[in-house]
Design a protein. Sequence first.
Length: 648
Amino acid sequence: MENSITPGQTEPVGNEHSSEAYYAFIENRVYWLLPMLLCLIITVVSLNWNFSQLDSNFKSVATEDGRVIFQMVESTRLWNSRHGGVYAAINDMTTPNPYLEVENRDITTTDGMKLTLINPAYMTRQLSEIMMESNSIMFHITSLKPIRPQNSPDKWESEALKAFEGGATEKAEMFENAVFRYMAPLKVKESCLMCHQNQGYKVGDIRGGISVTVPVDVLYNAIKKQKITLTLLHMMMFLSVSALILFFMTKIRSQWLTLKLAKAEQDSVVGLRTREIRETNEQLTIEINERRRADEVLIESETKYRSIIHSVQDGIISTDDNGVIISFNRGAEAIFGYKEADLTGKSATELIPSRLHDTYKRAVQMLQLLGDSYFAGKRLEFEGHRKDGTEFPCDVSIASWKIKNNRFYVAIVRDITDRKRMENQISASLHEKEVLLREIHHRVKNNMQIITSLLNLQNRYLKDQKDIDIFTETKNRIKAMSLVHEKLYQSDTLSKIDFSDYVRNLAMGLFRSYGISEQKINLKLDIPSITFIIDTVISCGLVINELLSNSIKYAFPDISSAESKLPEREIGISLHPSGHSSDSYELLIWDNGAGLPQEYDIDESKSLGLQLVYSIVQNQLQGQIKIERINGTKFIILFKENKYKQRM
């Protein structure tokens, strides 16, 4: 043959030339500079790329800082403009704006305080002065048609404003001395026309812009230090790689020389190696026989395994790492209508509706990426696709195993059509009950309002003040319970009520019932956002109704002659965790009025209202009630919310 080796020839001529070039490269150390030169080029390119990334990131961070400040200022201005401006007291820092030509720019309060209107532009200017004093950040509102001459743009701002009119959305630029400038346009909104309607603007026009000047010397210096660090790292990398090249080339040269010497000894060991190969073959024959016996055991084990798998009613499907079906038990045949032979070697997507193929592929990718931990302990609900084209709900659990470098998956599939049907029936039944419960709360609330209206009607014919007070107290108790059903009707859960909102409405209703305004008594509420079940809310509501009514009626005997609220005339309600346990609460109802006599005992009280309070706390809330008589009267009620179970 053309490429055959003749006697005395060790290798083809072409290979000889390649070997000679290789040996020349190893022997001549000048050639070793070539890989070092390539390493230098790669190092320089990498350093330049890292520098460009740092500069790009620096500008992105600075631009985002400017954008955030702009958005903060714009939101503040929008708040101001939506309120039509805000009034502030006139002083050395806040003088009337001579460029603001609107009605009622300067006003005087009834007590003689002089106020001036602060429009968005004026507020922006004051904010800029504050920011400049605190952290050297400055922002400037400007326009090509400014009302205030000091708002005229500089050259950079003028270029940005013209660019905005051409469609640009923002402008950002780095200047010397580590100063970064950012500017974005201000568009005319409806609320802006109050001050700018005389300039001919209409909604949507570019009215001007806000430029933000931010000192970025800290960030700039950090970037500079990073560049120095990167330069040093790249230099070290280049020197290290160059040293490695020299080391390995020297080592390769040494090994090549060693190989030349070893080749001379090769022939002497051929006989020895031949004997070793013969012994190895004999050992291999023994191992093959042992492997054959192991295969027979494995086949027997596999037969038992397949018998067990086929006896399971759930579908058990095995696939390889590419989703190709390997096995398909009888349970899967019964569920999907396919025979194992129909699907072996085909994609598992045959068992999934076409609209869910992408979802299946993403799940397989996550499983390949994260392994069993992604689906460990989970049963996933999915849609199956039978041979006859019908779809059905199923739940799937997935596991995997690995043989050498090949991963396999097994999916256990269960048809949950009957379970889903029952869940839908239960869901429909729960919805009907929710509608019925909402209607019941609505009707109870309406019926209580009718009772209250009847009591109001009857109250008109009463002459005795004692009877009138009894009717008023009864109406307030009914309203306290009616308010619970009203809040439940408005609630999403129909089982719990926002207690803070309920108490606020209850207290304001009692103030109105007794004709008391907050100008006469200062009402203080300190209740966090918390929800209680209906039993707890009704009980607490009746207690608050009685104690708050007593404070309104008896704590301040001179209330009828008071012209206005006095600082010391206060009634308060607060609720906080008591600290005894996570479900224990402390309810306080207090006033700083005349107070109860020291000898007064609530257990011996003949007042129906206080007897009702004591009974509710003891029997319904199963709590404790204490009274403090320092600086007025304070009722302290301790109870546990979890003692009340929602009735089914």
